[in-house]
Design a protein around this ligand. Structure first.
Ligand SMILES: *Cc1c(COP(=O)(O)O)cnc(C)c1O
Length: 502
């Protein structure tokens, strides 16, 4: 299997695609075809471990990695001791036809861990395979959760470094605290005076900037990406769609071959795109439901066929979805255009010049056969956290609650009662103030700090505060750099310049 650029300019092996992150023409790497998982294989998967599923799916795409390498990477990433739940991604049942896939049992309490625990191993192996002597310098823009997960994943991995840019006022206090307290000799954390799109655009510009690559090369460094534009981030996310399905079959909640819906809280479109890839590989999915917060550029896109990023940016209580330029949508557009890279390039050019493009009525209709989209603002999200707690005794974080709300909208509007899975992307404790405020009232938590909110939730729900939250209180702050969006290049150079004691 080879990998193409969505903009037509590249052909690469899996390890090259993972090493480079983004294609030179600015496009995203996509697999040349979708390997098929048959019903027999699906049936054989039920009852086997998450690690086993991961190996099976990775082998389909990563053809220039040996089985032994894939197995080593998977065992290192999903060693049960590093996860709060030994099944890695447990599926909880709320009602007969309603389940929650919990993706937040890793070191940083959000779903990014699933991919970012694995990616550093794939990158390290890719460097070896391609005889790469330079340090692989990972550059990340984060809306909150990717940053910490990348830092934890790459921390002290030989031959790599990890530099994270976060919007200095756009992430929650705890997300920031998690990042700026990161240890490790090869980690750098820099605040950008702007929003997530500024940080992401800045990083993308660096990747497209030839003089920057030359400067890095002179320092013995190869810039690469751990954002969800990297195919190595996407492939581990395909796994849990299969796992969820086969676990539901095993429990008798689903017949083999029966179709299900997934509702996914969406920002950069990486998580839900992995579901779309799983569907193309043969997983019986009826609908993928795309849930946005008030930054509802995607739900408008699925409704109208026009992507219009020229709009007000809102800061919400689900900050990891505060995104207007949804990078991975480009991979969907590539499929939706019948793999016509010239067409994708045109749309992307319009997006970068005019902040808007349209795919036309016919293509939009095609997408609607698979996707349904809706959004929830903060008020609806808060009400949903409360409703689910009262109805099912289940604590949801705000991102998950956005999805839960949109599923309710979907069911009301379509009458479709297909068995559905809410993809839960963060622990409620990671967003304790918003969750406590939803359950106890804004007045009751007004004067409480993050940790006090977490204790109130623990008392209310009986669900213990994860150890990762306790640990944060005692760690020293190690990263204080801040820069303007226009000065990100200089900030990287400053962070990565060889220190005297190297
Ligand atoms: C990153 C993130 C999302 C959005 O996922 P995408 O792949 O960017 O669509 C949703 N919820 C949480 C908690 C996240 O960290």
């Amino acid at each position: 299997m080879s990998f193409f650029s969505t903009r037509g300019g590249a052909c690469a092996t899996a390890s090259q695609a993972i090493l480079r992150g983004l294609a030179k023409d600015g496009g995203l790497f996509v697999p040349s075809m979708f390997p098929q998982i048959t019903m027999e294989q699906l049936s054989a998967m039920s009852g086997t471990s998450y690690q086993n599923h991961a190996e099976q799916i990775l082998r389909c795409f990563l053809e220039d990695y040996s089985y032994a390498e894939i197995s080593d990477a998977v065992q290192a990433a999903y060693a049960p001791y590093a996860w709060d739940d030994h099944t890695i991604a447990p599926v909880k049942t709320l009602e007969d036809n309603l389940h929650v896939l919990e993706l937040f049992h890793g070191p940083t309490l959000a779903f990014k861990d699933i991919a970012l625990k694995l990616l550093p191993h794939l990158v390290r192996m890719a460097a070896q395979k391609n005889d790469e002597q330079r340090e692989v310098s990972i550059l990340v823009a984060t809306s909150g959760d990717t940053g910490k997960a990348a830092l934890e994943g790459f921390k002290d991995v030989p031959g790599t470094s990890c530099t994270v840019f976060y919007p200095s006022d756009g992430v929650s206090d705890v997300q920031k605290l998690q990042m700026v307290t990161t240890g490790g000799k090869n980690t750098h954390v820099i605040g950008v005076n702007g929003n997530f799109d500024d940080a992401q655009t800045g990083v993308k510009k660096l990747f497209g900037n030839e003089p920057f690559h030359e400067q890095m090369n002179a320092l013995g460094k190869l810039p690469s990406s751990a954002n969800s534009i990297n195919f190595g981030r996407l492939v581990p996310q395909i796994v849990y769609y299969f796992t969820t399905y086969t676990r539901l079959v095993k429990r008798g909640a689903l017949r083999l071959g029966q179709h299900i819906n997934f509702v996914v809280p969406t920002g950069n479109f990486g998580d839900i795109l992995a579901g779309y890839y799983a569907m193309h590989m043969g997983l019986p999915i009826h609908r993928l439901i795309c849930a946005s917060n008030q930054n509802n550029v995607l739900s408008d896109f699925f409704e109208t066929g026009t992507y219009d990023a020229d709009r007000t940016f809102f800061k919400t209580i689900s900050p990891s979805m505060d995104i207007l330029i949804s990078s991975n949508l480009e991979r969907l557009l590539y499929e939706c255009a019948g793999r016509d890279a010239g067409q994708v390039k045109e749309w992307m050019q319009q997006l970068s010049e005019d902040k808007v493009f349209s795919i036309g009525v016919k293509r939009s209709k095609e997408l609607k056969k698979i996707f349904w989209a809706g959004f929830a603002d903060d008020e609806m999200t808060t009400a949903e956290i409360r409703r689910v707690w009262e109805r099912d005794d289940y604590l949801m974080d705000p991102h998950t609650a956005v999805a839960s709300h949109v599923l309710t909208q979907y069911r009301r509007q379509t009458g479709d009662q297909t068995t559905s899975v809410i993809v839960s992307t963060a622990s409620p404790y990671k967003f304790a103030p918003a969750v406590a405020s939803a359950l106890l009232g804004a007045d009751a938590v007004e004067d409480l700090d993050f940790f006090a909110c977490a204790r109130r939730l623990e008392k209310l729900s009986g669900v213990p505060i994860p150890r990762q939250i306790h640990e944060l209180r005692s760690l020293p702050i190690r990263h204080t750099a801040v820069c303007e969006p226009a000065a990100m290049e200089a900030a990287v150079m400053e962070a990565l310049k060889p220190s005297k004691d190297d």
